[in-house]
Design a protein around this ligand. Structure first.
Ligand code: GSH
Length: 166
């Protein structure tokens, strides 16, 4: 490895230890290519909807991380379902390893890219918000029939206000 690359990597580590975000590190070092090489390959698999994947996409966008955004069609879902960890999406593949559960994925990425709070108190506030939004999402899902997300329509649910949680 050329000396400059080692120096650059050392600088990245120093900046990282100062708790700078991924973006700030990239800006300070000015070597996004170098950072890109140190970043895992991410593939986010979800339906063609915002649903439970959009906060993950937001984190990628905010942190400036490249990822594959694979949108699964209704036709392809039954076959793929059998291969996912819990029979549900989203799944994030990290260097080919599948990880399920949207909030666990989001929390992991937020920690990786400096968005999960700088202190325990801030992290706690993030978790409080995640749980509060989860409660809200639960209420909203109750009003949906799930058709656009690949699930089965629930005939007993209350009337659908909108067919997607957009
Ligand atoms: N707790 C899971 C819930 C995942 C989930 O319910 N996914 C729905 C779409 S939002 C799904 O895969 N539905 C298809 C099915 O049930 O077959 C998470 O947050 O990732």
């Amino acid at each position: 490895m050329p000396a400059t690359t080692i120096e650059t990597r050392a600088k990245i580590v120093t900046l990282w230890e100062r708790d700078l975000s991924y973006r700030q590190v990239a800006a300070e070092v000015g070597v996004s290519e170098e950072l890109r090489k140190m970043t895992p390959h991410y593939k986010l698999i979800y339906f063609n909807a915002r649903g439970r994947a959009e906060h993950i996409r937001f984190i990628f966008a905010y942190a400036g991380i490249e990822y594959e955004d694979e949108r699964i069609s209704r036709e392809k879902w039954p076959e793929l379902k059998k291969k996912t960890p819990f029979g549900l999406l989203p799944v994030l593949e990290i260097d080919g390893k599948p990880v399920a559960q949207s909030n666990a994925i989001a929390r992991h990425l937020a920690k990786q890219y400096g968005l999960a709070g700088k202190t325990e108190w801030e992290s706690l506030q993030c978790d409080v918000l995640v749980d509060a939004l989860g409660d809200l999402k639960q209420e909203m899902l109750y009003l949906l029939d799930g058709n656009d997300l690949g699930g089965n329509p629930k005939q007993t649910d209350p009337p659908v206000l909108d067919n997607r949680m957009e």
